[in-house]
Structures are given as C-alpha cells and as structure tokens.
Design a protein around this ligand. Sequence first.
Ligand SMILES: Nc1ncnc2c1ncn2[C@@H]1O[C@H](COP(=O)(O)OP(=O)(O)OP(=O)(O)O)[C@@H](O)[C@H]1O
Ligand SMILES: [Mg+2]
Length: 528
Amino acid sequence: MGRSFLGQSEAAATHAKSKDEYLTLRLANRHGLVTGATGTGKTVTLQVLAEGFSRAGVPVFAADIKGDLSGVAAQGEAKDFLLKRAEEVGITYTPDSFPVIFWDMFGEQGHPVRATISEMGPLLLARLMGLNDTQEGVLNIVFRIADEQGLLLLDLKDLRAMLAHVSANAATLTATYGNVSAQSVGAIQRQLLVLENQGADKFFGEPALDIADIMRVDRSGYGTINILAADKLMGSPRLYACFLLWLLSELFERLPEVGDPDKPKLVFFFDEAHLLFNEAPKALLEKVEQVVRLIRSKGVGVYFVTQNPLDVPETVLAQLGNRVQHALRAFTPRDQKAVKAAAETFRPNPDLDTAKAIMELGKGEALVSMLEGNGIPSMVERTLIRPPSGRIGPLTPAERAAILAKSPVGHLYDTPVDRESAFEMLQARTEEKTQPEPEDAAPSSGGGSILDSILGGVLGTATGAPTPRVPSPTGRTAGTGSTGTRPSTRMSTTEVVVRQVARSVATQVGSQLGKAILRGILGSISKR
Ligand SMILES: Nc1ncnc2c1ncn2[C@@H]1O[C@H](COP(=O)(O)OP(=O)(O)OP(=O)(O)O)[C@@H](O)[C@H]1O
Ligand SMILES: [Mg+2]
C-alpha cells in the first residue's frame, strides 16, 4: 500500500502501455497544488484526494466553497459517466461513504469553529482589520500590555475593553511602550466594528477549536474529512484567509516534529487559495512561506486549490510537490501567457506538449506530476482522474442535519450553556484585572495560583464534578489529544469548561513565566 490511486495516464511513447498515477503517502506531506479553470474538475479531484487520504487513515481538513464537497459523506451512485470513467482508468466502480465532520464559522451548517483573540494574535488581526503599520504597532502594544497584566483576550468584547483601557491610560502607557495615540486606537476600534458586522463576533470566543478534534480517525480506520462551510465565508474573504492561516499556525505550533512519516498526520486543503495571497503584505507572505515549509516535518500536507499556478507566490509554489493541472482556457494573449507559464511549472515530458495539452484537457482530465522515489516529481503526464467513491455534489439539508446530529464533537462545541459559563467567568476575571492602576499591576509570581483559582472556581460551581483534566506544559489538555479513538464517554459540561479554561490559562501562564508566548507563528508578537 502506501499510495493512493489517482488515475491513469495516456499511453505515451515512453510507456509500453498506459501508466497508473498514484499519490505516494510517504511524500504527501511535501504538499500539492490543484489548478484549473471553472468546471474542469478541481473539486472532484480534491474529493478523490481526500477520499484516498481518508481510506489510508489520514484525516483531512477542507473548506467547501460551493457546498459540493459535502457529498463525500454519502455513497456515490453508479451513474453511467462514473462507470465509464472507472472502466477507462481500469478500476471497478465501488461506491463508499466517508466519515465527515461539518464546521461552520457562523455555526449554521456545521459545528461552530472558534478561536480566541489571543490565539489569533496581532499580526493576523491587523491583516483582518486592514490596519496600517502604525495601527498594527499599537495593536502589538495592546497585546503586550494584555500579556504583561495577565488580561485574557478571548473575544471581541475583551479586545474592545482592552482598547478602551489602553486609550484611557494612553499617557502613562506611552512612556513605557511607545506612542499609543488615541487616533490609532480609535481607528482600530472602528475596524473592530466592521469586523463585528461581518459576523466575526461568532468566531472569536470559546469553546475554541482543539486541533485534536480535526485529527480523528473513525472506528473502521478511516480518517475524518473535516468540511468547513465556506459559501457564506466567501463574502468575507479576509476572515476566510485569516482563519485558515490561523489554523495552519496552530497546527504548526501544537504538533510535534515527526520528520517524514509513512503517511501524513493531517492534510489541509486551501480552496480559492488566491484569496490568501491577494494584497497580502510582505511580512505575512513570508510567514505563510515559512509555515508551509516548516509544517512538513510535523506531518501536515498542505494542498492549494486555485485557477492558475501563478496565483501562488513563487516561494510557496516551489514547495508544492504533487501537482494536478486541469484545463485552462486561453482566449486572449494574456491567457496564453498564463497557460505557458503554468506549463513551465512542470517537469517536462518529451512526448507531451504541456502548454497545448492544458488547453485540450476534458472534464476530469488533468496534467499530473506526483513526487516519487526520493521526492523527485514524475514527468508530467496527461491523466484521466478516477471517479470518486462518494457522491459528487452536495448533501441535502436533511442528510447534513442527520450527520451533525450524530457527530462525535457536537457536545464539545454546540452547547451554548457551556460556552456561556466559561465566557462569563473569564470575562469577570478580565474585568476584575482591569481595575488596578497599570503601574501596580505586577505580574503574578507563578502560574500555579492562577491555575488553582480558576480551576477551583470551575469546580466550585459544579456539583459532583469529575477530576479535572490537567493542562500539559504545551497548553494541550491531557487526555483529549488522542487521535484514533472516539471519546468513550460524553464529556460533562464541567469537563468542557475545564478543558477550555485550562487551555487559556496555560497560554497565559506560559507568557507570564517569560516562556515563548503560546501563540501561532503567524500570530506571534515578535516578527520572527
Ligand atoms: N474524475 C472525474 N470523474 C468523473 N467525472 C468528473 C471527474 N471530474 C470532474 N467530473 C465532472 O465534471 C464536473 C465538474 O467538476 P468540478 O465540480 O470538480 O469542477 P471545478 O473545477 O471544481 O469547477 P468550479 O471551478 O466551478 O468549482 C463534475 O460535476 C463531474 O460531472
Ligand atoms: Mg469546484
């Protein structure tokens, strides 16, 4: 095994007969790229790749722009064009369905997916709000003050309160931290309102997404396919881009080094990838490039999906080893240039005019070059992509609802009561901490007391509470990080609260002890 069948290439002069194309799982963490014009087969190819990973026990995270990836949760039907394609590529059509967890930043078509303000960090937030350099500088200061004074930044309300606090003490703070002008704070406050109107208030807060929950393997050994509803999210492209970058940096920060594993730990698909790079400032692009480069050794494969390879900056493109290029149209001389450039990103095949082929490819047909052997891209081949085993096209709302109802993570993210109690408690703490004069707010001598008091507080409010899960030094909560098993019992409300609080406190304690701030590489204060 160790590989996943992708399709079959035409008989070229170099081959006695047609050649099967595979994605080698051992090399799947060396990233990939799926490109092509509208309606040429990108989403189906993404589905084929995702199904292959799932079968191999590799969990997947993918954004679903049009809702048509959701069908992977249902068995495919033996339609004529699928049977025909199966025969063309030399396989028997075998319908199958895959374990799917639906997520939605707006909490409508999936489990709510959230992050805290402090996890998102100033760099991504500045990008999200479109701040200029001066304003970004002030936001950095706001985060530093929050860190030093032990103020938890969880949701937009926390950030708003913090901005007001900084604004009110601007004169004193400027002496210590540099210029925090009321004007800049005001500008950030206005942008915060815009963000709120885009629905970001639903995204920031708790319970925050625990990445262990997107790395599950079901009982039959299939990797879970996590699908983020992104149709509505496309209306806020910045929010979409920042969320995905945040998730990537979280994975980077929290997963251990594994070198080159037999198969990836997780594969991440970035659809509409051009949105990540459009107008992105240089500092952010450099970080994206860095994360993509480094996350490989954590066993995470990143696959970008976009129209043309040129949508991806060259430094990132150079790292995408496994390539599938669907058809591109070339009506204008400019289009033709783009086709030529796309063709030149492949390792040439003497028997194939790559640029010409790109324009001739039919639906579900692509130029394919996969990494093989010791990580060298195979010569580009013209390939018929296999049919997926799950359904092509969206689930019905009823089917989606049924899957959501029996989801293994619903109890962790859906229950508003849980969220509310954790949020209120932390909010109270934040307000309490805001009271003293900034000069008096000395950092606490150790993490233990904060941890004890908060955990104690949680347990005190619940009767018959189970033993709390103890936060590990990395901020992960022991016992919840295992992949490959479903939680054997349902977590109680208290457990959920403890899990979230422990995580936030660990973040806070980490920074108070002067250790590296537990914030994603993209969200970190220092411009590494
Ligand atoms: N491998 C395949 N086997 C069989 N049919 C396919 C295959 N790939 C694509 N098709 C057919 O082509 C149609 C369009 O494919 P798909 O939705 O993947 O295009 P797309 O590039 O994602 O388009 P868009 O840019 O509009 O999202 C599919 O609905 C299906 O009918
Ligand atoms: Mg598509």
